[in-house]
Design a protein around this ligand. Structure first.
Ligand code: ZN
Length: 400
């Protein structure tokens, strides 16, 4: 008697949730010599399928966002330039200068407009699903650095801003939480004048990390709706927990948010080649679980939550983590052992940057890794203390 292969069995969901993707994420993007030139959304989806953790009803395909949608935030000139460069197959000098595209940071590649425009619609669609009473996960989104008129930090189109704006159109007060290793500068900047949006970002101190400016404790915005905790290098699970457990409930309450958008970049995870933190997958998922548990809900108890992707430059670590995120959002308890089909597809990824490290072999067989505990450094306690003592939202529980 033969047993059905693991991928043929589908674990039913326990919560109303959708995962948003598109076939074009399978195409090569950014070029081979770029940190984002790795499989991300496609690998995540394949791993989720290997777990049998996605039904057809739970999957949504996004289309490219229209110019009108993109211009909710971006300038007409910038969108027209991206479109024209893609059509011409090259970036003219004047656009390179003006919009920071066609360089090493934000390179030209076939689809360099259509692919991020598709991710942008994915996040807008996610906001619409949230409005319809369903939790949404848009792993191609989370491109939090893009400016209205320019690409920044590998980000061409700021889909988190567009998703938040979609929720704002329905009058919802929004808390944007950014756990990516880098400061969520583009999103913070877009909403410093909007009392209906609060942004919370925990990130590598810009004294040593991109974007090398902003994101300091005292950067609260004129209304006091921006909350920033810059962190030292080497932050481990217990330190991250220490900070998040204090900040999250206080900011959620002070924001009086009715919906939450979580940017879930995985570059805080220990093996990430660009991140400088030492967070475990387990601790990352604890943060997601906490956000899921505390987010304000619809009448039927479904959280008004949209989760976006973000940074993450280690394909194996990223795919394991985001598969775990989907497990949480859809209410599935995924086994820690990666199914054989999943292991096979992870082993097929062209990646060997950390193959001599102790953690490497377990990346293929288990979806979580050992916790990385440690003492909370006094420096970190002081930063959290300073933030609570000085930030208007945390000191007074309201905006300026
Ligand atoms: Zn990042």
């Amino acid at each position: 008697m033969s047993e059905a292969p693991a991928e043929a069995r589908v674990i039913p969901p326990l919560r109303r949730a959708v995962l948003i993707g598109a076939a074009r994420y399978r195409r090569h993007s950014y070029g081979s010599n770029h940190p984002l030139g790795i499989p991300r959304v496609s690998l995540t989806l394949d791993l989720i399928h290997a777990y049998g953790a996605l039904t057809a009803q739970e999957f949504r395909v996004s289309r490219p966002a229209t110019s009108a949608e993109l211009e909710w935030f971006h300038t007409r000139e910038y969108i027209a330039a991206l479109r024209q460069c893609e059509a011409e197959g090259r970036v003219a000098h004047r656009y390179r200068q003006r919009h920071n595209i066609g360089n090493f940071e934000n390179p030209y590649f076939p689809g360099f407009f259509t692919t991020p425009a598709t991710a942008a619609h994915g996040s807008i669609l996610g906001a619409e699903m949230l409005l319809q009473g369903v939790i949404a996960f848009s792993p191609a989104g989370g491109m939090h650095h893009a400016h209205a008129d320019a690409a920044r930090g590998f980000c061409y189109i700021n889909d988190p801003v567009l998703a938040v704006l979609r929720l704002r159109r329905e009058g919802l007060r929004v808390l944007y939480v950014d756990i990516d290793a880098h400061h969520g500068d583009g999103v913070e900047g877009a909403f410093v004048g909007d009392r209906g949006v609060t942004t919370l970002s925990l990130h590598m101190d810009t004294a040593y990390a991109y974007p090398f400016t902003g994101g300091a404790i005292e950067d609260t915005g004129p209304l006091g709706n921006a909350v920033n905790l810059p962190l030292p290098q080497g932050v481990h699970d217990d330190e991250y927990r220490y900070a998040f457990e204090r900040l999250w409930p206080a900011v959620l309450e002070g924001s009086r948010a009715e919906a939450v958008v979580l940017q879930a970049g995985t570059d805080i995870l220990a093996p990430d080649p660009l991140g400088k933190f030492r967070i475990s997958t387990q601790a990352f998922l604890e943060v997601v679980a906490r956000v899921l548990a505390d987010t304000p809900t619809h009448a039927d108890g479904t959280p008004r939550l949209l989760v976006l992707g973000g940074g993450g430059y280690h394909p194996l670590v990223l795919a394991r983590c985001w598969a775990g995120v989907w497990g949480l959002l859809s209410g599935r308890n995924l086994p820690e052992t990666i199914p054989a089909a999943g292991e096979a597809l992870l082993r097929a990824v062209d990646w060997d940057l950390d193959e001599d490290e102790d953690h490497f072999e377990a990346l293929f067989t288990r979806r979580i890794d050992p916790l990385r505990p440690g003492a909370v450094r006094p420096e970190l306690r002081e930063r959290v203390g300073q933030l609570f003592a000085t930030h208007p939202l945390l000191r007074n529980g309201r905006l300026r």
